[in-house]
Design a protein around this ligand. Sequence first.
Ligand code: BGC
Length: 710
Amino acid sequence: MNKTNILDIIKNMTIEEKAGQLTQLPSMYFDIDSSMLTGTACNFDIEKKWLVGSILGKLDAKSMRAIQTKAIEKSRFNIPIMFMTDIIHGYKTIYPVPLALSCSFDKELINKCARLSAIEGSAAGYQVTFSPMVDLVRDARWGRVMESFGEDKRLQSDFGSEMVKGYMGDGLDKPDSLAACVKHFAGYGAACGGRDYNTADISEYSLQNDYFPSFKACVDAGAKFVMAAFESLNGTPATANKWLLDDILRKQMNFDGVVISDWGAVNELICHGVAQNELEAGKKALESGIQIEMSTTSILQNATLFIEQNNELEKLLDSAVEKILLLKLELGLFDDPYRNISEKREKECLYTQEMKEFARKSACDSAVLLENNGVLPLKPNSNITLAGPYAKSCNLLGPWSIDGEIENVISVYEGLEKSELNINNVYQTDFEKITDSEIDNILESARKSEFTVLVLGERESWSGEAGSRSDISLPKAQIKLLKTLKNHDIKIIVVLFNGRPLDLRKVKKHADAILEMWFSGTQTGNAVADLLTGKANPSGKLTMSFPYNVGQIPVYYNCLSTGRPSELLTNEPRYKSHYLDIPNEPLYYFGYGLSYTSFDTNVKEFNISEDITITVDVKNTGEFDGAHVIQIYSKKSVSCVSRPKKELASYEKVFLKSGETKTVKLTVKNDIAKIWTQNDGFMFDSGEYELFLDDKKYKIFIDNQGKFKE
Ligand code: BGC
């Protein structure tokens, strides 16, 4: 099978057969046991289900073979089906949620998570994953921030493209690879008020400079699909937004793959108020650039009719089918529609020792130590009381771990029990209701223990899709427990599980240490034990600011300056950009995170040529081994447009034994100067820049060709 054969097939396909290729249905329609829907169900003529080009959702090797055999039999041209799903932070072995992974600041780690996920997922019969999600996020109320890599476009771009590469492995023709579908294009993370699916209004300046670059990076890294977002972007739903899907994605970003709608989003054009009925919705989506309709059938059911009205539309159908079939060819499906799937392979590939160990390491490397007055790490044989909603709970996989199995999860209690700590008592509590007598019991045990580990947080269901919240502090019951213990001078270590930055003012006030674990997957309990006992040293840095309180949202480090910056107008009591009741600064800022050790950085060389190379000696000056993240920021004070107060320009993570020194090279590229403006489009913003590394500052120049100058 080759491209010419594919073009021949398309010539002979009926309109309905072609529209079938553009249709994707959930696997529940194909007799898969315990299928789950991640969206609303759709109505369609069930007889037509064998026309579909792709299936999403629950699968295993056995069902994949059965469905594929039947699909090929039923297709006049023996066209195989493509199987897709949401493998977001692991398939069976679950790694930390993407927001947590991003805090590792470790591209290799993220690449490997994706690689191992692809090995598992492809063995279960999938060829495509709806990942990575590279939506820039600035609003912690939005439940899906846990799926993102945070508020910085460089990290979004780097980690998104590493995931794309990790999924692909040695190439899409290899049966252990997955094609990546980058999502949600675009602006989904800027949902008004943090309410999921809500409208986003983003200037083109910000779209081009902040929101689009990560998509471009993933496209360049080889993403084969782009998923259009649910929301209305600047007044036009992304699913019907020709400017977005054609002018920007195809023409500006040179995307050559397949554009897929989000779940049910084609029919949602009716609720958005831009289509009267399903016919119009399907037609509009196709005209705007949608090439696979997920979970609804407006194109399939109406294509013949709308092509009768305007036969030009058949060209769009043909071009979509061509892209879809060529992708199936690239994935090797025409040669081996099963892609070497067998129950034996599936069994051997799932949840291997290597995966378990890597899940434990990635959970350790993603954790962020927010506070520590010296209580951590705990010495061997310390006596502890363990209490809170996550004491024995195994609900630690986090949202979007649909195939993860709770039986495989190591709870905090299980992890700590195996460690060198002595657990005096363990108390499993609820999230929102903790009775006075429960608190009394915990207090009594805490008094007899050296330390109390409180495992607090949000329920898993409080973040993820449709998991928006207006109050992002911990429930009152958890705070009351914390406060009561503090009032009795108990030494408290708070370990947090949550899918978003929280308002932690009260926790900060009462805890001796705060360890942010996010939702860290299958090996959580072991990782918590490693981190609390110092077997692992926390090295995560925040990639999303923790607001002072919810009223400060959106709060992000790389904001533009105002005309009345409060930090400069220190003598002006009122007429400046500030709040009357709270500070402008977040509680915990981007790039922040503590360690059990300390580091010293010493710049040895600052070399300017095509790129800037900064050679740094980093020394671990403390008593514990640990990793340090060197962060370089850039700033342009004067430009033709307002530029961010600072932006991450380069970073490297380095592991050092206690007392060890290593030399690290960091590269700053001229992309720090590449911006888009309304007047000039993309250009190099020439002039003077400042680079910051800790307290050191360097001035450099860039010309309008993007060349660095002394
Ligand atoms: C989500 C997508 C996901 C899709 C398929 C939708 O509800 O927004 O991110 O890929 O479902 O499960």
